[in-house]
Design a protein around this ligand. Structure first.
Ligand SMILES: Cc1cc2nc3c(=O)[nH]c(=O)nc-3n(C[C@H](O)[C@H](O)[C@H](O)COP(=O)(O)O)c2cc1C
Length: 361
């Protein structure tokens, strides 16, 4: 019972913290410019946002990223988010299922997602220490189409009750990725993945990586807030800004795995830029949680998504892209600190390929 009430408090505080705190740092997308195509001849109703993630068709590249489960409050939020995902044909991940694996009395706080969205694309979520049995159980519980394994070392270290042992985690991931019956996504949670780290995950057999860059929700800030501590200035800017991480990871593993861009993605411009840089889909968490916990959440979520999609479609008309795949081929200029980052890290060629798309030679 003590464990359950500790968990209830922790999950509640995570949600309260997201509402109390602003996004941390900058995602870096201000350095990324999509080039308008003046000669575009595309009709608005000729645009399609339908795309695929790991072989599953989705109506939009926007994915409701992992957030919650394990408490009464999370059951309500998961139900609400599952209905939102079902209304719009979005993929949705549940929050960490560790609670359900330990305590059968909270299983329904996750299964509600499948109940509310019987034929949608649903993603299971376990922590980096999960073994094959736990991972398969998490998938089976919600009849998931794919599995996220989250890599939240920074959060664990800032959590008073967090884990301090990380040895052997990659071996565990390898076993999970090679044994379970659905594709696996290795997921960073807010400090951004480097290209070499993404490659190590891919070498373990995962089919996709979620880069979880800096510039949005920060679990360093959330865990510090929970402990009543001010976050030190240097921790506020800790991590790889999402745009830099995305560039590194696309160049390093883009031909080997699918890439979910996430971390501070907040509007249709960010979504379009991430796709044009090479992402398959775009995960959003913090903005969605803030809307889901206000009055009239359904209306707020629907009008927020409508706005994101309006911007994305408008950008597609203006850049001459009918489909998400065509947007992935449109020219992109990367300047400022993100350019410096990518060039210094050996990704100048990738940056130039993006810039020179569409130039006849
Ligand atoms: C309230 C809250 C709870 C979260 N819980 C989980 C979780 O259980 N598992 C996980 O992989 N990520 C979790 N995340 C991280 C998000 O999936 C995402 O990676 C991160 O918030 C960055 O995206 P954002 O900047 O759009 O919020 C959580 C995020 C929020 C806001």
């Amino acid at each position: 019972m003590g464990e359950r009430s500790d968990r209830e408090r922790r999950k509640h505080e995570h949600i309260a913290a997201v509402n109390a705190l602003a996004d941390q740092g900058a995602s870096g997308f201000e350095d990324v410019t999509l080039l308008p195509e003046s000669a575009s001849e595309i009709d608005v109703d000729g645009i399609s946002l339908t795309t695929e993630l790991l072989g599953c068709e989705i109506n939009s590249p926007v994915l409701v990223n992992a957030m919650t489960g394990g408490t009464d409050e999370s059951r309500r939020i998961n139900g609400l988010l599952a209905e939102f995902a079902a209304r719009h044909g979005l993929a949705m991940a549940v929050g960490s299922q560790t609670a359900a694996l330990k305590d059968p009395s909270v299983v329904d706080t996750y299964t509600i997602v499948r109940e509310k969205n019987p034929s949608g694309v649903i993603i299971a979520n376990v922590g980096m220490g999960a073994d094959v049995k736990a991972a398969q159980t998490a998938v089976d519980l919600i009849d998931a189409d794919m599995l996220q394994v989250h890599w939240n070392t920074a959060q664990e270290l800032f959590m008073a009750e967090g884990d301090r042992h990380f040895r052997g985690m990659l071996d565990g991931l390898k076993q999970v990725a090679n044994s379970i019956h659905v594709p696996t996504i290795a997921k960073e949670v807010g400090q951004g993945m480097t290209g070499p780290a993404a490659l190590r995950f891919v070498e373990c057999g995962v089919h996709a990586v979620d880069i979880g860059g800096a510039g949005g929700t920060s679990f360093i800030a959330i865990e510090s807030w929970r402990r009543g501590m001010d976050i030190e200035r240097d921790w506020q800017t800790w991590g790889i800004p999402t745009a830099s991480s995305l560039g590194e990871v696309c160049d390093s593993v883009g031909s080997l795995a699918e890439i979910v861009a996430s971390g501070g993605i907040r509007n249709g411009h960010d979504v379009a830029k991430a796709l044009a840089m090479g992402a398959t889909a775009v995960g959003i968490a913090g903005s969605i949680m803030r809307l889901a916990t206000q009055e009239e959440p359904e209306r707020r979520l629907d009008s927020w998504l409508e706005n994101v999609h309006w911007t994305l479609k408008t950008i597609m008309v203006l850049t001459g892209a009918r489909t998400v795949n065509e947007l992935r081929e449109r020219p992109v200029m990367i300047s400022g600190p993100t350019r410096n980052w990518l060039d210094a890290r050996g990704h100048e060629e990738y940056r130039l390929v993006l810039a020179r798309r569409g130039i006849e030679r």
